[in-house]
Design a binder for this molecule. Sequence first.
Ligand SMILES: NC(=O)c1ccc[n+]([C@@H]2O[C@H](COP(=O)([O-])OP(=O)(O)OC[C@H]3O[C@@H](n4cnc5c(N)ncnc54)[C@H](O)[C@@H]3O)[C@@H](O)[C@H]2O)c1
Length: 356
Amino acid sequence: MSQNLDALASLPYRPASPQNYSPNIGMVGCGGISKYHLEAYRSAGFKVVALCDLRLEAAESRRDEYFPTALVTRDYEELMRDDSIAVVDITTHAQDRVPIIEAALQAGKHVLSQKPFVLDLDEGERLVRLAEERGLYLAVNQNGRWAPHFSYARLVAQGGFLGKVFGVHLGCHWDHTWVEGTEFENMKHLVLYDYAIHWFDILRCFIDQPVKQVFASTARVPGQRLMPDLLGQVAVEFDQAQATMAFDAALPRGAFEETFLSGTAGALHSYGSGNQDQSLYVTTKDGTWQPKLEGKWFPDGFHGTMGELLCAVEQGRPCVINAADNLHSLALCFAAIESAETGKPIRPGSIRRLPA
Ligand SMILES: NC(=O)c1ccc[n+]([C@@H]2O[C@H](COP(=O)([O-])OP(=O)(O)OC[C@H]3O[C@@H](n4cnc5c(N)ncnc54)[C@H](O)[C@@H]3O)[C@@H](O)[C@H]2O)c1
């Protein structure tokens, strides 16, 4: 095997765990997504000691299934008062999250916040400053970065295997109409905001250049009943690169998801019937390499994010999913939504709040 293929065969794309740091973790929010956090933490051996939800029965049910000795409570302040808890995992919706993040930081805890981090970039910056002042880590749960295909593609792009990446083309064609009857159904920009934030974030891992501007549009599917537009498309402009994204979120059958990276030295192509089932190929001057990817986005991505936070704390190094960096992904997302609202190209950073 050539040196290049040897290196591709041993990329460390799987989630990591700390060597000797096993802090007590408290979780606030025991709704739908908490299941995947807890499943991943249990199999990674992370220690969840408290579960909080306004709906006590939701916390009790998660306790019974995953961490039978954990304390349950309706009041997140109870977790903040517990000095044995060093890390708080906050999985409520964004509109409920800021006071909880603030309380955790004030109480001296490291924080992992679910995505999308905040509704207002200035508020996000304030939380970042608060964490810095208190010497704490504030990280955002962009677990897509540890979906096996995205994790591998990230290391390929950042490792220079493709030369300089100048094209990123992402396509998601699936059925998201399960949101009917949930809180997600009331999000006007469900697709470009709540869903696509993982794709805006991963795009920034693939292309290391500032975005010049973004253009986006949304539309409805024939016969659509749900309020949010289920079609969304995005074009992102860079000085020496381009990116496109297409989201068809109401496909009843024949789901397909694709990632294509073009670089000055080669290409990466990943595709499959969804993000849990991907075949990935890397083509360089040495030929084409297909890794046997292990794991799945759900739940491994959730081991990836908490593992990265704990490893960063243990090693005293910056966390790659730090909130300051995440604000750039959100700025891109907000700009795309503003573009879809106005029909104009928008510069990221110029739109500070999630457009109505
Ligand atoms: N891949 C992913 O990372 C992924 C997937 C799905 C959802 N999410 C995100 O996770 C977040 C939550 O989604 P969900 O599907 O779990 O929502 P959900 O509505 O099922 O759960 C939210 C929970 O938070 C609780 N809650 C609200 N305010 C609270 C408070 N002050 N104290 C304690 N509990 C409180 C609610 O009672 C509810 O149980 C959203 O931001 C969503 O975008 C991420």
